[in-house]
Design a protein around this ligand. Structure first.
Ligand code: ANZ
Length: 804
């Protein structure tokens, strides 16, 4: 029978749909649960790209195996459907983005079904659907009521021309990435989420989860915890300010202080500053720069002195000049630093530019001697000098002793700082969740009552924001709030793209719930997600925000788990056959998965993408590779679809290989080593096709094969005489004893002379061969009490032990 994917693939897709084969009864607690999650796509207008089927096939294989192993499997799919492209479509056509989004979702769903994934489509969620964002708004409301979502004045990157706040990565050299318009730092009232409140749990939680080490590192650095001391400095003539330092042991080395130009202190001091004009001009310059530009390590340390202002070092009463410099950020620590140019690289460079003396206080740690090893603090393990009673202490001892002294004096506090700040939680855009917030006439904030949710997005005539206002500002009727006599104006910015994706994995478990965001008993049973597969580019975006929302819900008793994703795996990128990322630059190298399905079938595409290399590796596309995958699917098909190849007897030439294959493929699927699992299938097929195959082995093989190639798998299963889907059949088992290779006897030489014979199998390594040889008296006699200096072991041939 000819293998014809064009006929069997739609046939089985229809069968799965009609029989609701993959519909999960979430209330069935009789079996152990397994929750497999894919990062849901943004439904762009271009449809699936070649990278999508990679991660999705990986989870599909695992979910199919787990189902056969007796788990109740939840493997859902949905859409992260708010976002910029749909908004731009609305602005340019004047149409509501919903229609555009729905059309794209239809295309995506069609393409995903065409690939044969075992999604439970009845659990589909869309973040732009009011029945979903109802609960995004509700969770935001709880964050607000509990004080984690706040409306605060804070510095942002503001682009007047675009009329919106931009994130740091949307600003290049002080201009907007889009359009090249000027961007300034300015203070604005913003909705933010206080993520620092969860910093400690976010850090300690990393130890509980099975995630790639690199992703954990990225999250750790992003959080950027640092332990230090805040010290108060008096100003000559009245007033004071505090600084934050992680190197208090260098306090005797202070020769100047630097304040952030965008901080409060310099404004307060302004009347007393003698060179006011110069200072104000420098502040204005600084406000044009982004934080990224300011913290760039290689740039010159610009700044200017605040003439007439001196600070007093609390340890020795010494007066030092005060400067402003843009490398000191207003939003970190206290926005002020004590500068120690002998031991800090940036302070050193600043002192060079501004001609400030240096005092060395750590023996061997002077940065000027190591000026080229930028960024390193060079004092570890060294001893203090020029530091009065602390001379001779090590840096570590001095840290403690000086802190103790300052704390006792009442001028310092031990503190912890985090690099990450508030998460800015509002965008001046249309296509996002409306905020459930109203500003009342008396100036107070009203958060909508539960019965006012969901607050739906109004339809607009014009989707473009005007005069620096958000698009929703155009919705005059909608904006004016009047509820039971309470009057006010609605917040017109919307939530950022990452709002819905921060909690969607809760909703899959109970997507139709109208009373709560998900039933707690169900959450208790189904969370955490057992396996999550998606791209590494989300390390500090989505994967951080999801952990933050879950930490909050966990604290509140609304999530049963402290971490939402137990195991995380990043799939690698599928490159064009030119070895470069597929994209607009080389359109001729872009592969459209639907074209491959059309030409070779979905099973071939799935098998190919799993066989290209390790899941985590990036790998180039190869048309010959696809051809090879198709030949293998053909080979499996031709062999098992022919009844002449199936025999009834069990004990057979294939027994050992079959048991080994079940062992290896099960193990490799479990650890997501799909390429090596498929390689084992190939080894099995090479042997099998030399003769006939017992029916039991044929069935076992087809079950494993069906995880990778589900359509051909189902069809072969029915040809083997079954009427029901293969999806719920029991996973094949193996016997360890039957996996053992035959024992081969080889001679053991000690220093070149044969001293005995040892039985070894294919599984034996050099170490185990040596151990077995030592267990033979006639051999051991020549080894005992001597040093084994070398072992030469060639499988099946020789074992030569050299002793001295
Ligand atoms: C004196 C000193 C001496 C410092 C020395 C370092 C080495 P992390 O680990 O990132 O927290 N700093 C403090 N506030 C700052 C701000 N708002 N903008 C820029 N830099 C700031 O770094 C803490 C160190 O960064 C602090 O320790 C301070 O410089 C600087 F030999 O104080 B240090």
């Amino acid at each position: 029978m000819e293998y014809n994917p064009k006929a069997i693939e739609p046939k089985w897709q229809k069968y799965w749909d009609e029989h609701e084969t993959f519909k999960t009864d979430v209330w069935d607690f009789s079996k152990p649960k397994y929750y497999v999650l894919d990062m849901f796509p943004y439904p762009s207008g271009v449809g699936l790209h070649a990278g999508h089927p990679e991660g999705y096939t990986a989870t599909d294989i695992v979910s199919r195996m787990k189902r056969m192993q007796g788990y109740n499997v939840l493997h859902p799919m949905g859409y992260d459907s708010f976002g910029l492209p749909a908004e731009q479509y609305a602005v340019s056509t004047g149409n509501h983005p919903n229609g555009f989004t729905e059309k794209n979702i239809e295309t995506f769903t069609g393409q995903l079904k065409e690939l044969g994934f075992d999604y439970d489509w009845s659990k589909m969620v869309k973040t732009s659907d009011p029945s979903f964002y109802h609960w995004t708004q509700w969770i935001f409301k709880q964050l607000y009521l509990d004080g984690y979502a706040k409306y605060v004045d804070m510095p942002v990157n503001w682009c007047e021309e675009l009329g919106t706040v931009l994130s740091n990565d949307e600003v290049i050299d002080g201009k907007s990435e889009r359009g090249g318009y000027p961007v300034v730092r300015k203070n604005m009232k913003q909705w933010v989420i206080d993520q620092q409140a969860f910093a400690e749990e976010l850090l300690s939680g990393l130890d509980e989860i099975d995630w790639p080490q690199s992703t954990k590192e990225i999250q750790k650095n992003w959080i950027g915890r640092s332990e230090g001391v805040e010290v108060d400095f008096k100003i000559v003539g009245g007033g004071d300010f505090s600084i934050y330092t992680t190197c208090i042991e260098t306090i005797y080395g202070i020769t100047f202080m630097v304040l952030a130009p965008d901080g409060q202190t310099v404004q307060e001091l302004m009347p007393r500053i003698e060179n006011k004009e110069e200072v104000e001009a420098y502040i204005a310059e600084t406000l044009k720069k982004t934080e990224m530009d300011r913290t760039e390590l290689n740039k010159t340390k610009s700044g200017c002195e605040l003439k007439g202002i001196h600070a007093i070092n609390p340890v020795n009463g010494k007066e030092v000049p005060v400067f402003i410099g843009d490398f000191v950020l207003g939003g970190y620590g206290t926005g002020a630093v004590m500068a120690v140019p002998s031991h800090d690289q940036r302070d050193f460079e600043y002192s060079e530019v501004h001609n400030i003396p240096r005092i060395q206080v750590i023996d061997g740690g002077d940065v000027s001697e190591h000026a080229f090893e930028k960024g390193d603090y060079l004092g570890k393990g060294c001893k203090l000098m020029n530091s009065e009673e602390f001379n001779g202490l090590t840096v570590e001892e001095a840290k403690e002793a000086i802190t103790d002294k300052l704390v006792k004096m009442g001028v310092a506090r031990r503190t912890v700082n985090y690099r990450f700040r508030e998460w800015i939680f509002a965008r001046q855009r249309y296509w996002g969740e409306p905020m459930p917030i109203v500003y009342l006439e008396d100036g107070s904030i009203h958060v909508l009552d539960d019965d006012e949710l969901p607050l739906e997005l109004p339809v607009l005539e014009d989707y473009k924001g005007k005069n620096g206002k958000a698009p929703l500002d155009n919705a005059t009727d909608w904006k004016n709030y009047d509820h039971n006599g309470v009057k006010g104006t609605r917040e017109t910015s919307t939530m950022p793209g990452s709002a819905g994706s921060s909690w969607y994995y809760f909703r899959y478990i109970d997507p139709d719930n109208k009373e709560e965001f998900a039933n707690q008993e169900l959450l208790k049973h189904w969370l955490p997600v057992d396996l999550y597969v998606g791209g590494p580019e989300h390390a500090v975006g989505h994967l951080m925000y999801s952990r933050i929302w879950n930490k909050y819900l966990y604290k509140k008793g609304l999530s049963p788990v402290s971490e939402p994703f137990k195991k995380l795996v990043h799939q690698g990128m599928i490159l064009g056959s030119n070895g470069i990322k597929m994209g607009k630059r080389f359109p001729e190298f872009v592969v459209n998965p639907s074209d491959i399905v059309d030409k070779y079938g979905a099973d071939t595409l799935r098998l190919y993408e799993m066989f290209m290399g390790a899941l985590e590796a990036s790998k180039p596309w190869s048309d010959q590779g696809v051809e090879g995958a198709r030949r293998f699917v053909n080979k499996v098909w031709n062999y098992f679809s022919n009844p002449d190849n199936i025999s009834e007897n069990d004990a057979d030439r294939l027994t050992r290989l079959y048991h080994q294959s079940v062992r290896k493929i099960t193990h490799d699927f479990e650890t997501l080593g799909f390429n090596t699992a498929i390689a084992q299938m190939m080894i099995f097929m090479n042997e099998a096709t030399k003769g006939t195959c017992p029916k039991a082995y044929a069935e076992g093989f087809v079950k494993m094969f069906s995880c990778v190639c589900p359509h051909a798998g189902e069809e072969l299963w029915s040809l083997l005489g079954h009427n029901e889907t293969i999806a719920y059949e029991a996973w094949p088992t193996y016997e360890e004893a039957l996996c053992k290779e035959d024992v081969i006897e080889i001679g053991v030489q000690v220093n070149g002379k044969v001293r005995g014979v040892v039985g070894l199998t294919d599984d034996d390594t050099q170490e185990s061969a040596l151990e077995k040889a030592k267990a033979i008296d006639s051999v051991n006699k020549f080894i005992e009490g001597k040093n084994v200096v070398k072992v030469i072991y060639v499988k099946g041939k020789i074992l030569n032990i050299v002793v001295k």
